[in-house]
Design a protein around this ligand. Structure first.
Ligand SMILES: [Zn+2]
Ligand SMILES: [Zn+2]
Length: 339
């Protein structure tokens, strides 16, 4: 497929989509009903539908009976851990294998023209971004994900938090399902902005940002503290009246949903003349420029606070002006006041 029909490639070989990155027309004033209707199918397909379906599969076939979950025991905890490890391996590898190992579409639609495997770096374990990202995700990401999953299921099973049934509260729970991505976006923005503060950035979040040119395995390449903050999005369901199935959906949204933002390609080709949008551009720009796009654009908080970058020249100038101002402020602080 000819990616240059949809964007341009610069001298370095990096691909720039022709269309600027946009935020969802959900929390805008005045409301944009036509844009909202056009956007709505993207809210459900493909990702949200896949993650809800995976939560349903877990609930029906993976999660043990309630009586078992009342007691914390290694048997069911390790079972959940093993299933999560296999699922993460399969889902993440599906993207990594096709796009980064077999490189089936070369660097067509690839934001950064280079592949991480071609540029070994000392910042990564074994000098390999792939190996480093893979191990961090599986050694601390999935165990922390599973730990929080176990905690929440155990709390529901013991009746420590309200367990609303779909039969008794169908409308409320359906609405709560719709709100799951919004909860995720709010939580992600808050913790993400928090770990960009200097101390936490240095000790925690810099691990994730080592991958300036992210690939799918980079999604869960985080410091364990960030894993804990990131996956604690499931804890909202201990506070708001909910159902364990929706709590699982929230967790899968975070765990499996991290991949699309780190695919590194604007479109994934499905044949000679078909491709699907990845919606990865906003978060790719965050990995490239660090201090923009703390959120993924479902709630346009970055627009509200002036940190949104849509990939355009104008946005770049705006970002540089912000950096200049910040530098001036810092320099001004260093100069002792005149007596
Ligand atoms: Zn990231
Ligand atoms: Zn960040």
């Amino acid at each position: 497929m000819d990616d240059l029909k949809f964007g341009r490639r610069d001298k370095r070989g990096d691909y720039h989509p022709g269309e600027a990155a946009g935020t969802a027309p959900l929390f805008v004033f005045p409301p944009q009903p036509r844009a909202l209707l056009k956007w709505l199918p993207h809210y459900f397909f493909p990702y949200n539908a896949i993650f809800f379906l995976s939560a349903l599969i877990w609930w029906n076939w993976i999660i043990p009976p309630v009586e078992v979950m009342r007691t914390l025991a290694w048997g069911w905890v390790l079972w959940l851990l093993a299933v999560n490890v296999v699922a993460v391996f399969l889902w993440y590898s599906a993207f990594e294998l096709q796009l980064y190992i077999r490189r089936t579409q070369g660097n067509r639609f690839k934001y950064n023209g280079k592949f991480p495997a071609d540029t070994p770096s000392d910042v990564f374990w074994f000098k390999s971004q792939n190996l480093d990202n893979f191990l961090r995700g599986l050694l601390s990401g999935v165990p922390i994900w599973t730990g929080l999953e176990v905690l929440v299921l155990w709390a529901f099973a013991n009746g420590y938090v309200p367990w609303l049934s779909f039969a008794a509260h169908p409308v409320y729970l359906a609405l709560l399902c719709l709100v799951v991505p919004v909860i995720h976006e709010f939580h992600f923005f808050c913790i993400h902005r928090l770990i960009h503060t200097p101390f936490l950035y240095k000790w925690v979040h810099s691990v994730h940002h080592n991958s300036i040119n992210p690939s799918p395995w980079s999604s869960l390449s985080m410091h364990p503290v960030e894993h804990l903050l990131y996956f604690s999005t499931i804890l909202y369901h201990l506070i708001i009246p909910s159902n364990p199935l929706i709590a699982l959906y929230q967790l899968h949204y975070a765990g499996f949903g991290a991949v699309p933002g780190h695919v590194g390609f604007d479109k994934v080709e499905l044949g000679e003349d078909r491709a699907v949008d990845t919606h990865a551009y906003i978060h790719y720009l965050h990995h490239k420029y660090f201090e923009v796009n703390y959120g993924d654009g479902l709630i346009p908080i970055d627009r509200w606070v002036g940190t949104f970058h849509d990939g355009s020249k104008a946005a770049e100038e705006q970002m540089n002006a912000r950096y200049r101002k910040k530098k001036e402020r810092l320099n001004a602080g260093k100069i002792p006041p005149v007596q």
